[in-house]
Design a protein around this ligand. Structure first.
Ligand SMILES: C[S@@+](CC[C@H](N)C(=O)[O-])C[C@H]1O[C@@H](n2cnc3c(N)ncnc32)[C@H](O)[C@@H]1O
Length: 195
């Protein structure tokens, strides 16, 4: 999908919320938090044209699974061009992630990435999405979200014990990168299971 087509989707659909896909510098910075050496189940909210999706697939093990949930039908069509058995694309809203994972028999996941514009989402629905997100992550799992402002820090702190935020200026527009983690499982061999 060209930048112009992406821009057209932005004009027609306010939920797209960004004029261009994320920059590769930002994709790499967000994905630094993922341990690609192991088999992961990764969920993506709002993959858009798949800039994160492709990077994750390129770096993931053969045994990993990626479940991408996208609301915009044009993006879903475009994502369908990615031929990879590890990828499952759903034309749906992030708030239905629980039902989607049920279909796979998946109770918990390692990482959830999100580019959906939480600032456009009403408080009740935002809390609902963040609550289910936190409950679906394994102990020590991470929710990695990118937003144009710092508005998500407090809502995240209601649902996650560990929340941090950094700025990434190598993107149009610059972004706030959030990392929200669930508590790591207690160590059984002296080494806590993190990342
Ligand atoms: C800012 S764009 C990010 C696109 C892509 N991840 C990137 O980094 O270039 C936000 C994306 O979230 C999608 N979106 C918005 N609300 C959503 C929701 N409730 N559930 C799933 N996708 C949603 C939009 O259609 C759009 O593709």
């Amino acid at each position: 999908m060209s930048t112009l087509t992406y821009l057209k989707n932005f004009i027609k659909d306010r939920n797209v919320a960004s004029v261009t896909p994320s920059s590769m510098a930002m994709v790499k910075r967000v994905c630094e938090k993922i341990d690609f050496s192991r088999d992961n189940v990764i969920v993506e909210y709002g993959p858009g044209n798949g800039v994160f999706t492709r990077y994750i697939l390129d770096h993931s093990t053969k045994g990993s699974r990626i479940i991408s949930i996208e609301l915009n039908a044009n993006f879903v069509k475009d994502l369908g061009l990615i031929k990879d058995d590890r990828l499952h694309i759903y034309h749906d809203s992030a708030e239905n992630v629980g039902q989607i994972l049920n279909k796979f028999g998946i109770a918990e996941v390692d990482y959830i990435l999100s580019g959906i514009p939480f600032s456009f989402i009403k408080k009740k629905q935002k809390d609902q999405i963040l609550g289910i997100t936190s409950s679906l992550l394994r102990p020590g799992g991470k929710f990695l979200a990118y937003q144009t402002s710092n508005h998500l820090k407090h809502p995240l702190e209601k649902h996650f014990p560990l929340v941090s935020m950094k700025y990434e200026i190598r993107n149009l527009p610059p972004m706030c990168l959030y990392e929200a983690s669930t508590m790591a499982a207690p160590a059984t061999n002296g080494i806590a299971h993190t990342s």
